[in-house]
Design a binder for this molecule. Structure first.
Ligand code: 2RA
Length: 332
């Protein structure tokens, strides 16, 4: 029988990843409709076949069962209500509905129970997903008092063009023996930018507030999460330095053991042997890598860890597909 699937934003980085991972995981696709808000008329490849990309405005939503939305917040705002009104289950990667109290915000390893019978489900921001997968076991076992996180986010988080900019600037620096690319003051090559997304008037960025608010919604608690989101010259995988204060005391060895047996995680933590989580190892797979697990030197129940994941896969495409896979098993 299989599932009639649509992807809105099929030509984007995440849309392409969804196509790749649906095939890789042998998701039971009965039919696949590739949609775009513009640039339709192109084709995408799925399981070796060229699929035409159609304009979403003329979509007949009664022809699909599940839709992955991987386009703009505007596109989600406009088309998710139409699709769900036709009985389509929509998993939306955009931020538009994430904080809507009627829309579950879901990471399968953490809060699949939040889905209920919702037809519209929001997938969190990539940096939130990897952090809550690593925090959840600690929350359950030791309780969380507060979190402080600094992110080191790959340029693919803002799309293909940002990746091309990193390449161009890197060539410019290496070929012209300059350290200041012409894109100064916001070069990303051989630099870090201490912000992702736009600043609010509270001197925090949207990306930082996403980490705070989305984590609070997912954990259903007003957990203090203070974030600094930083862009780094990496193509794929976000890295995060996470500081946690727990309610209960812990042994680091027990925390490492707990994480090693928790879903969606791989502990990569033997610094003396140079074994630490890095973006190059996290890219092109779906586990969240955790390492540098160590007690804080000065604060009781303070714990540090370094969390790395592929921002296009577990941070977006795979998380959305895992949500639907869990639903399929419920519908079976
Ligand atoms: C970023 N997480 O990295 C945001 C959106 N994907 O830019």
């Amino acid at each position: 029988k299989g599932v009639r699937v649509a992807i809105l934003g099929a030509t984007g980085l995440v849309g392409q990843k969804i196509l790749e991972i649906l095939a890789e995981r042998e998701f039971p696709v009965r039919s696949l409709t590739a949609l775009a808000t513009e640039g339709h008329g192109r084709t995408v490849r799925f399981r070796g076949e060229e699929i035409p990309v159609r304009g979403v405005e003329s979509m007949d939503w009664s022809s699909v069962d599940v839709a992955f939305f991987a386009a703009s917040t505007e596109a989600s705002r406009t088309y998710a209500p139409i699709a769900t009104a036709h009985g389509v289950t929509v998993v939306d990667k955009s931020s538009y509905f994430r904080m809507d109290p009627l829309v579950p915000l879901v990471v399968p390893e953490v809060n699949m129970d939040a889905v209920g019978d919702a037809r519209l489900i929001a997938s969190p921001n990539c940096s939130t997903i990897q952090m809550v997968v690593a925090l959840e076991p600690i929350r359950r076992e030791y309780g969380l008092k507060r979190v402080i996180v600094s992110t080191y986010q790959a340029v693919s988080g803002t799309g293909r063009e940002a990746m091309e900019t990193l390449t161009k600037e890197t060539h410019e620096v290496l070929e012209h023996h300059t350290v200041i690319p012409t894109t100064y003051p916001t070069p990303i090559a051989f630099n870090v930018l201490p912000y992702c997304d736009k600043f609010g008037d509270d001197d925090y960025t949207g990306e930082e507030w996403k980490l705070t608010r989305e984590t609070q919604k997912i954990f259903r608690m007003s957990l203090p999460v203070s974030a600094t989101a930083v862009r780094v010259p990496v193509y794929i995988s976000h890295a995060e330095s996470v500081y946690i204060e727990t309610e209960k005391s812990f042994e680091v060895s027990s925390v490492r053991e707990l994480l090693a047996h928790s879903p969606g995680l791989r502990v990569v933590d033997d610094p003396a042997q140079g074994v630490v989580p890095i973006p190059l190892d996290a890219a092109d797979q779906d586990l969240v890598l955790v390492g540098r697990i160590r007690r804080d030197l000065f604060v009781d129940n303070g714990l540090h860890m370094f969390v790395v994941a592929d921002n296009l896969r577990k941070g977006a495409a795979t998380n959305a597909i895992q949500i639907v896979e869990s639903l399929l098993s419920r519908w079976a």
